[in-house]
Write a protein that binds this ligand. Structure first.
Ligand SMILES: Nc1nc2c(ncn2[C@@H]2O[C@H](COP(=O)(O)OP(=O)(O)O)[C@@H](O)[C@H]2O)c(=O)[nH]1
Ligand SMILES: [Mg+2]
Length: 346
């Protein structure tokens, strides 16, 4: 599962990437920057305090920061063919939008930038559809695909991202192979000056993001980069000084996790307390397979306690007494925060 950072050059993508990963990727570098981030999870912290395990493991999300596109800067286009190909490979997109004056001192125009970037994604998708339709018109069959693609064209021509169309699951399945960019889940990150880090997201940006079917938040990449360099013990005082109750990094990572449609189930024990990322809707037997293929193959049942019940009652034994330990079968849909013991035989 991979989140791609995108947006216009100079919006601060590489600065955001470095602040998040704690890496020091070169801003002018020509390669892909790849980073893996642990997802902060207070539930894992609480369970680790109870079990004092040898190992504590958080869920992880991968981020990729792309090199600047080769196209002419005066066109302000970012999506040359190479970049489009790279973006299609990401499961979700984070669009970094400039919220600070540029090097020449020009004030930020985030709502307009959002609109023109959305148009780029839409055009890239339209080009793919038109090429495919040209082929389909010469061939027999593929009626459903053709009808669906033809129905999408007018929306794209008016600049409407595919993610706003409320496509049915079977339609999404039909389209999955195209990896349409305007259908990818999108999180808009307004990169604001340090002095605006505690301010709410401007209304026009929020409205624009909503119109594109995107989530949105503000953060100051520069400030986050400074926070990342601090000793953990100094961070809280630093954040309090700025009237921030949490670093935007944690909010950002959680938002990215949700964007990927991931939820976590938890495993506990003296060896390890761990959060496991799974797609929302994953069944117990498939979740077992994340832990080990033997557990999936020999699956007998899942013993499940909801995290909230566990912390309220304080122990597995009390959960059992209170009837809060459930026995679930293969097809049980695992919920975010389920603490699971898998029973299996090989
Ligand atoms: N004032 C200010 N400048 C920033 C901020 N974030 C990035 N920059 C500057 O904007 C320029 C482009 O940043 P970079 O991260 O390379 O953008 P990218 O092209 O989107 O990867 C650099 O000169 C950064 O120092 C910010 O939060 N505030
Ligand atoms: Mg960059």
């Amino acid at each position: 599962m991979k989140v791609g950072l995108t947006g216009f050059p100079g919006a601060g993508k590489t600065t955001v990437f470095n602040a998040l990963t704690g890496l020091h990727a070169e801003r002018a570098g020509s390669g892909l920057n790849l980073g893996v981030i642990k997802v902060p999870d207070a539930r894992v912290d609480a369970l680790a305090r109870i079990y004092e395990p040898r190992k504590t493991t958080y869920a992880e999300v991968s981020f990729v920061d792309f090199p600047p596109a080769r196209s002419a800067p005066e066109r302000r286009t970012v999506l040359d063919a190479v970049t489009v190909g790279q973006l299609r490979d990401a499961d979700a997109l984070v669009e970094v939008v400039r919220g600070f004056p540029d090097l020449a001192g020009a004030p930020p125009t985030p709502a307009a930038d959002l609109e023109s970037f959305a148009a780029e994604l839409v055009l890239a998708d339209l080009a793919v559809i038109e090429k495919r339709l040209e082929r389909l018109r010469k061939e027999k069959g593929h009626e459903r695909e053709r009808a669906l693609l033809e129905r999408l064209v007018p929306s794209l021509e008016t600049g409407t991202p595919l993610r706003t169309l409320g496509l049915a699951p079977e339609e999404r399945t039909l389209l999955a192979g195209f990896a349409f960019l305007s259908l990818r889940p999108l999180l808009v990150v307004l990169n604001v000056p340090e002095t605006a880090a505690a301010a709410p997201l401007p209304g026009e940006v929020a409205a624009r993001a909503r119109a594109e079917g995107a989530e949105a938040m503000a953060l100051s990449a520069r400030l986050e980069a400074e926070i990342a360099e601090l000793e953990p013990a100094d961070r809280d005082a630093f954040l309090a000084d700025l009237s921030l109750n949490e670093s935007a990094r944690a909010r950002f990572i959680r938002a990215s996790y949700a964007l990927l449609d991931l939820v976590s189930f938890l495993t506990v024990g003296e060896d390890e307390c761990r959060a496991w990322p799974i797609r929302r809707g994953t069944t117990a037997v498939k979740a077992a397979g994340k832990v080990h293929s033997d557990i999936e193959r020999g699956f007998i049942r899942a013993e499940v306690i909801a995290y909230e019940d566990f912390v309220r009652l304080g122990s597995e034994a009390r959960c059992r007494e209170a009837g809060k330990l459930r026995l679930e079968g293969k097809d049980y849909v695992v919920q975010d925060g389920d603490i699971i013991h898998f029973r299996f035989a090989v």
